[in-house]
Design a protein around this ligand. Sequence first.
Ligand code: F6R
Length: 251
Amino acid sequence: MNLKIFDSPEALAEAAADELFSCVKEKPASILCLATGDTPLKTYQILVDRSIANGLDFSSVHFVGLDEWVGVPSHNSGSCAYFLRRNLFDPLNIVEDRIHLFDAVSPDLNSACTKMDNLIAGLGGIDLMIVGIGMNGHVGFNEPGVSLELNCHVIELDEVTKDIGQKYFDERIQLEAGITLGFQNIMKAKKVILMANGLKKADIIKRMLEEPISERCPASILRKHQKSCTFLDSPAASKLSPVIARVSSSN
Ligand code: F6R
């Protein structure tokens, strides 16, 4: 796994946007899987602006959902679907048949999972994933203690996720479960970039990169991915031991 540390959150966002831009430029029919949340927001804004300015063609790109709050419909402004539509799909004019998100209000969530697994396999796998890291080390909704053997699945949310997840919603909401790609899906992606910024992520980033790899900090599993890269700004990297932080300058 590679590690890159950037001087500012803006430089971090630019670099992640570069990765997405280059991926689509090199392979116009890319399969992308993108996290929602505070961390990648600036990246998506840069990507949208740059793509429009340069006429980058997204018409052949497929977008695959990473996760969703179970029971939350896509028109709820706190849903992952809403975030992606507002910040990416609408400004880039992505057509419906290229958008493949979880149906988190389906009466049959297991079928929704199988459908997503089959879809990803049918598309030939994910080319690039941009993921964040939760304060508890989750990736998507792969919560601490998750089985690493899982494909798409429904999972009971960790207390930290339930609590922090409130930030996406206008009113307090009961968050109990998530539907998410599993580590079997994530580890098969051709490239995974995990982004983190800000001092508040420094402790979990230290755990991710320095503790023994374990499902207790799910993001640490990405260290086993051949083509994964962690993009940090300097506050998020500030608690890393010098020997780990130095890796970034040798890449
Ligand atoms: C959201 C997702 C989550 C977030 C994580 C970090 O689609 O997959 O795992 O990436 O909770 O969220 P922020 O970036 O808001 O700190």
